[in-house]
Design a protein around this ligand. Structure first.
Ligand SMILES: [Zn+2]
Length: 378
């Protein structure tokens, strides 16, 4: 009745042979798929804190873990303690002078950029966050099909400079680590944070082994200002950078429509060896830094779709929780992402907020399809 392979164990809870009229029958009362899932967490994660007046506060990973535990979701994951990335790991992506620069700032305290203070000790903490993503990525080669780093997804860090609260690009460093160690050939990034992943784009703009897909608020209205729909990479990597900018006020219905039109067909055609999902929730309507209007339930549906695509293609899903700056809304939104990953219907819901300009979203989706028409069937 079901295929059983070495990677998945199907567990049946059945009521056998109960009487129904005159017929003996049996009924499967529940069917659950036991899948190995990992989450990495370190008690020093709370030291990734950019100050009391800064939107990035340190206790988010800890509060997320506590909420997941309270909601009985954490027990579906094996918890691992990550180690710091080494300097050699950082240098797989970053320039030596940049790594030195961050190290020096970290000794004295200072500013990496106008929006990014560099508190003392940040070099070690940012290396730990990076190590967390690498560690979680490695778990996908030890029989785990989903692995989460709650302090990951620092997509604004480029090779030699950074801003946007990011020091090291853990997404790219993890890709380079896995490329070297496991000889992977096709990496897919699904970056749904409200900000464009400009650092990751800079790193992979010429690399067709990395399909970098970013959904974000239009750069004309939000930091970092990049990620226009016509940016689809160049030369032989054309079509491997995909940007979908949304107008301010976009709600869940339009966002999900756009996701379904673009992400599943590209993923199926690209056939990734691994999916890296930057699942930032600063798209939520209550987020203080941006202007999209996604609701809790949207995160459930998006995460469920991404998890389904991973199951269909590579069965290796690395989830990096990314941005989110309303401390209540982001914990609840992350929880719904976990519900989506688990297919757990016990997700939180709130009233939908109508899209302010659904027509513009439709037009941008059509434009993107046009730009990509030589590369993907959409
Ligand atoms: Zn963000």
């Amino acid at each position: 009745m079901f295929d059983v392979n070495t990677e998945q164990i199907y567990v049946f809870n059945c009521e056998y042979l109960y009487m129904e009229g005159n017929l003996f029958t049996y009924r499967a009362i529940s069917l659950s798929v036991t899948m190995k899932r990992a989450i990495v967490y370190h008690e020093d994660y709370n030291k990734y804190d950019l100050g009391t007046d800064h939107p990035l506060i340190g206790d988010k990973p800890k509060n997320t873990m506590a909420f997941l535990k309270e909601k009985s979701v954490l027990s579906e994951f094996i918890i691992f303690t990550p180690k710091k990335a080494t300097e050699a790991d950082l240098l797989k992506v970053h320039d030596p002078s940049y790594v030195e620069h961050v190290k020096k700032l970290s000794q004295t305290g200072g500013w990496l950029s106008e929006d990014t203070p560099a508190p003392k000790g940040i070099f070690e903490v940012a290396s730990l966050a990076t190590g967390g993503s690498m560690f979680a990525g490695e778990k996908l080669f030890e029989g785990y099909e989903v692995a989460v780093n709650p302090l990951g997804g620092f997509h604004h860090a480029s090779k030699g400079h950074s801003s946007g609260f990011c020091f090291f690009n853990d997404i790219a460093i993890t890709i380079e680590y896995l490329r070297q160690k496991h000889k992977l050939k096709r990496f897919m990034i699904i970056d749904l944070d409200v900000h464009h992943g400009n650092g990751t784009q800079d790193i992979y703009i010429d690399d067709k082994t990395v399909l970098n897909l970013s959904f974000h608020q239009d750069g004309r209205t939000l930091y970092p200002g990049t990620g226009s729909v016509e940016t689809i990479s160049r030369e032989e990597a054309t079509g491997y950078t995909v940007n979908l900018p949304f107008p301010p006020g976009t709600g869940g219905a339009s966002y999900r429509m756009a996701f379904e039109e673009i992400v599943p067909p590209i993923t199926r055609q690209f056939k990734p060896d691994i999916i890296l999902y930057q699942s930032g929730v600063d798209t939520h309507h209550a987020d203080p830094l941006a202007d999209l209007n996604l609701t809790y339930q949207t995160y459930y549906h998006l995460a469920k779709s991404v998890a389904g695509l991973s199951q269909e293609t590579c069965r290796k899903l690395l989830v990096l929780l990314g941005g989110g700056y309303n401390s209540v809304a982001c914990i609840k939104s992350y929880y719904n992402i976990f519900c989506g990953l688990l297919g757990n219907d016990d997700f939180l819901e709130e009233e939908e907020i109508p899209d302010t300009d659904p027509e513009e979203v439709k037009n941008t989706v059509q434009q993107l399809k046009q730009y990509l028409s030589d590369y993907w069937s959409l």
